[in-house]
Design a protein around this ligand. Structure first.
Ligand code: GLT
Ligand code: MN
Ligand code: MN
Length: 388
């Protein structure tokens, strides 16, 4: 009997801002009390999580005195070691304070851009202090409502300058960071630059230290514009660029909902988990979600446990999918080809091109070949619904 109890080996992580979300939205105030980082560490550890991630300002308020800041960091580090959690990812809050109302690295005001760089450097130092090796950049305010006010080409160049600067800073300090860029199409800005993970994959190739930089795709951010998240992640993995992942869920084409993992998109997220587990991805499985605003402080832990449990159920379903004889036989049938043609495929050579020219294809027979996707999909659904 499977218990689906998470262990540290599952590498489940949560952000302090996720379990600490107080339920504020643009139409209503907080409904839950503040959760201290120490209590977050205690509770997550008890649930079987592996780590906890944070923004600079989640640990110490932006205007904390140096002494206060040092104390908060010290207490957090002690809690991590007392409760056996790590902090594998760190990030900078470059979106909440009014100074960032027109962006951070892409702001029109050069002083704001410089301040954003300074804040990111300090937050990187802080991340290293607690052992983080992945550094996420979510450009929450890097966008515009008024395109007359900011040239979009300039914005891309400014963002590149910032990333190049921070890669050099990381190297110069002897840090071991890998940077993970997180896309989002809009919200809180009318439009955000780099709206999809695909945009970032193109951008990364233009950086000075592209080997240091990958992506942090978030389920909901791609589903806000109707993309297939499984396909998004597959491309990132194939490019060797999946450095981190933000797991949550979302109804399509809406505001960023950050729902509990698996709350909505059962089939897509099943294929996502199957992909993560089979691809050799060894990074954290990070939940960037929060519980419904209707929950009280205890409901947060139902939410957190639910994210991990659903992931583990999908993982078990992936194993069953691979062991299901009927599913596997349909898969072999679908991909079976004419062995005589196999020699003609492979990397280009003149001889191979010549050979391929000479093959007599039976186009009509190929077009008639059975493709039993209906049956395959039905079996997948039955497996997921628990009757198989
Ligand atoms: C913020 C955002 C997330 C990002 C976090 C990292 S902060 O909650 O909604 O998608 O991953 O900056
Ligand atoms: Mn996210
Ligand atoms: Mn989100």
């Amino acid at each position: 009997m499977k218990t689906y109890m998470p262990t540290k080996d599952d590498k489940f992580t949560f952000g302090l801002w996720t379990v600490g979300n107080r339920g504020r939205d643009p139409f209503g105030d907080a409904v839950r009390p503040a959760l201290s980082p120490i209590d977050a560490v205690k509770r997550l550890s008890a649930l079987g999580a592996y780590g906890v991630n944070f923004h600079d300002d989640d640990l110490a308020p932006i205007d904390a005195t140096p002494t206060e800041r040092a104390r908060l960091i010290r207490e957090f580090k002690t809690a991590l070691s007392d409760y056996g959690l790590c902090a594998p990812m760190a990030t900078t809050n470059l979106f909440y304070d009014p100074v960032f109302r027109d962006g951070a690295f892409t702001a029109n005001d050069a002083s704001v851009r410089a301040y954003a760089l300074q804040k990111a450097m300090k937050a990187m130092d802080l991340g290293v202090e607690v052992g983080a090796q992945i550094y996420v950049f979510w450009g929450g305010r890097e966008g515009a409502e008024v395109d007359a006010g900011k040239d979009a080409v300039t914005a891309v160049k400014r963002f590149r300058d910032a990333l190049n600067f921070l890669c050099e800073y990381s190297r110069d300090q002897g840090y071991d960071y890998r940077f993970a860029l997180e896309a989002k199409p809009n919200e809180p800005r009318g439009d955000l630059y780099f709206p999809t993970t695909g945009s970032y994959l193109g951008f990364i190739a233009t950086l000075d230290h592209k080997e240091m930089v990958g992506v942090n795709p978030e389920v909901g951010h791609e589903q806000m514009i109707g993309l297939n998240f499984y396909h998004v992640v597959a491309q990132a993995i194939e490019a060797g660029k999946l450095f981190h992942i933000d797991l949550n869920d979302q109804k399509f084409l809406r505001f960023d909902q950050d729902l509990r993992f698996g709350a909505e998109s059962i089939k897509t997220l099943f294929f996502l988990v199957k992909l993560l587990e089979e691809s050799g991805y060894s990074g954290p499985r990070h939940f960037d979600a929060h519980c419904y605003r209707t929950e009280d402080a205890e409901g947060v832990w139902d939410f957190a446990a639910g994210c991990m449990r659903t992931y583990l159920i999908f993982k078990e379903k992936a194993r069953r999918f691979n062991e299901d004889p009927e599913i596997q036989s349909l898969l072999s049938e679908i991909s079976a080809g004419d062995p005589a043609v196999a020699d003609c495929s492979g990397p280009y050579s003149r001889a191979r091109a010549q050979m391929l020219r000479g093959v007599a294809f039976d186009r009509a027979a190929l077009a008639r070949k059975r493709l039993p996707y209906e049956r395959l999909d039905q079996l997948t659904i039955e497996l997921l619904l628990g009757v198989r």
